[in-house]
Design a binder for this molecule. Sequence first.
Ligand SMILES: Nc1ncnc2c1ncn2[C@@H]1O[C@H](COP(=O)(O)OP(=O)(O)OP(=O)(O)O)[C@@H](O)[C@H]1O
Ligand SMILES: [Mg+2]
Length: 503
Amino acid sequence: MTDTTPALRLENIVKTFPGVRALDGVSFAVLPGEVHALLGENGAGKSTLMKVLGGVHQPDSGTIYIEEEPVVMTNPLEAKSKGVVFIHQELSLAEELSVAENVYLGELPRKRFGRVDWKRLHADTAAILDRLNCGFGPGAIVGELSIAKRQMVEIARALTVDAKAVIFDEPTASLTDAEKEVLFDIIRDLREQGVGIVYISHRMEEIFRISDRISVLRDGSHRGTLITAETGEDEVTRLMIGRSLDLSRNVARTAPGEVAFEVRGLSCEGLFEDVSFELRAGEVLGFYGLVGAGRTEIAETLFGLRTPRSGEIHLKGRAVTLHSPVDAIRHGISLVPESRKEQGLVLGMNCRDNITLPQVDDLTAGPFVSDGAEIAIFDQYRDRLDIKTPSWRQQVGNLSGGNQQKIVIGKWLAMRPDVLIVDEPTRGIDVGSKAEIHNLIRELAAHGYAVIVISSEMPEVLHVADRIVAMYHGRIMRTFTSDEVTEDSLVQAISGLGQDSAA
Ligand SMILES: Nc1ncnc2c1ncn2[C@@H]1O[C@H](COP(=O)(O)OP(=O)(O)OP(=O)(O)O)[C@@H](O)[C@H]1O
Ligand SMILES: [Mg+2]
């Protein structure tokens, strides 16, 4: 960071949406060759600021400078041509097209007479994919790739120009640890080449690992910029949410009740093998492991989305067969899936209806849905989860990413299931609301619900779970109680390093 002319700079940016002042005069600069983390609660304005920079939104006022030249970004392709590339929080790929077409979308190489130069398109794309160590080719159809791989396509797209600045908006949310390391290598490479990097994430450990400076936004204003090496999580958290957090571990609870749910010898071809566990009413069971350990697939099987090859599922002592999610819901099992796309949000519909959607049946008095009852339910979850929206009438598609996630959680909580399975419940959620969601999960258990929490974040399982199932490659390696578990033994178990000697 010897060069002090910013690669880019935003000055006094104001951006309002109906009922929301998303950015209230924010100034922000990125130096060449620095990783600048942008932090803030859900709805603080991070994505909006970057969308202004990337030409997605026009600011109401304020100026953007690239190397101290004022510029106007009228659309993302223009921003890109000026060297500002953007890896979005919500993937924005054309699923029916190939990887190569997506990477060069809007700027396909052409021959004379305007025909697409497929040979060059594939060769250029292959070169970028190589650099990213992708493991898929330019011809693959994006819709058939995993979320993590789609993320890599999105990154590949950013690397087609000589960038001055690259913006990553929560890039690691769906990456495996190995993929995350590849991403960090790419970021380090870019940084060494003198590119300015903006890195948005809610994961503190990543931010402290890779950033040089940290800027904090709160309610649309810039609260400060800190040098990473000179600050700590506590200071950053206080700047972000105005208070410190209790990050203590779960302690022994009241004795759990009857066995609510029991799984015996469940196997699913190639995904998981011989999975057995029981879950009592009032208990939170954590499933911890690396992305790809088979946890999501187990959840999907317990929700009737996959047919197991063998094994049994017992509910309150009775064997059940779950043919479909409708079956599962009828038996009182709910699943909050990990991927936003499958979480059943209707982006064009308002916040209230999204939360109350699954239970309209119960609320319907004759042919009329009771508006008052629905609004009351919405209000309750808005307060509990601190959902930031000007009103219940706001379309869910206009909420910030983390606030959309909160609507999903509210929706499934509002169903009051007997067995609630949540897969990565706080992905994309800021640290303050994360704690709130953990409390909610604990509270559900205290009311006698049985809860399964799948998570890739160790602090999360340590914080909410009474017992922790450690998984590796589709198998349960060990089950820990909250008193006996240590971070080391958990890491060992999910890495397949065999039985911990203290066991
Ligand atoms: N297109 C839009 N229409 C209306 N309101 C919007 C729109 N985009 C963003 N907002 C509002 O602007 C505010 C800032 O949202 P933004 O997406 O920038 O938050 P964020 O800091 O990125 O949060 P998160 O961590 O949840 O991603 C929020 O209140 C959001 O609801
Ligand atoms: Mg965002």
